[in-house]
Design a protein around this ligand. Structure first.
Ligand code: ZN
Length: 235
């Protein structure tokens, strides 16, 4: 167990919530950061508090470690990007194969702001749920992007930040198994009930894998991951 501190990019989605549990298992102090950038599924921000509460109910010994939550407004990102995640446009695939939910520069901007806060707070580890295994092809989720940004941030701020991406090489079923290993059935239940993935912000329908419209790319990924995990868990 390290005595070092971590800052977790915590959007309210399944991946970042799993990263929060991962960080609490490893670091002495953990803070969280979320961004309000005019996302269509702003409801993901609303579930963050209830997830944090359920997480601590699942692992009460983490209570002393879990510190400040930083909610940062980045309205400008929504204003300058023209995507289906920051407008009411229909979700579709662009000619380059990327879904039009891709917000260019989003993770680079998020990690840069996170580093600015980590600099001020004396935090070394910045944790994000980026993954290039089961993902939508967003180039800023790729391992090389994150590694390059770590170098740029360390040079530009003269610090030794470590950008941690524990889910980078896990598929969605493995991410569920990681959560189970960290907090057992109570953590899995908290992830199902209090995290949000659906791009449309739909929480009117409860499926076995959680809430969502059931058809958008984020719901599709989440449903497939849960099905693969459940197939392993339930003979
Ligand atoms: Zn959906």
């Amino acid at each position: 167990m390290t005595q070092e501190k971590a800052l977790v990019l915590f959007s309210g989605g399944q991946d970042s919530a799993t990263c929060l549990a991962w960080a609490l298992d490893r670091f002495a102090q953990v803070e969280t950061i979320g961004f309000d950038y005019g996302q269509r599924h702003k409801i993901e921000l609303d579930v963050r508090d209830s997830f944090r509460a359920d997480l601590l109910a699942a692992r009460p010994e983490w209570r002393a470690k879990l510190g400040t939550d930083h909610l940062i407004r980045l309205d400008a990102l929504g204003q300058v990007s023209d995507t289906a995640l920051t407008s009411e446009a229909t979700i579709a695939f662009n000619t380059d194969g990327l879904p039009n939910t891709f917000v260019p520069g989003r993770n680079i901007i998020f990690l840069s702001f996170a580093a600015t806060i980590a600099y001020r707070r004396g935090i070394k580890h910045i944790v994000g749920g980026m993954c290039e295994t089961d993902y939508s092809g967003y180039p800023d989720c790729r391992d090389d992007t994150i590694k390059a940004l770590q170098v740029a941030l360390n040079l530009g701020m003269d610090r030794r930040f470590v950008l941690e991406t524990p889910l980078m090489w896990l598929d969605k079923a493995a991410t569920w198994r990681l959560a189970e290993s960290l907090g057992g059935a109570p953590l899995v239940a908290a992830l199902l009930e209090h995290t949000h993935s659906c791009y449309l912000g739909d929480r009117s329908q409860r499926h076995a894998w959680g809430y969502g419209c059931g058809t958008c790319p984020a719901c599709d990924l989440r449903a497939k991951g849960w099905a693969a995990y459940s197939a392993v868990e339930i003979p």
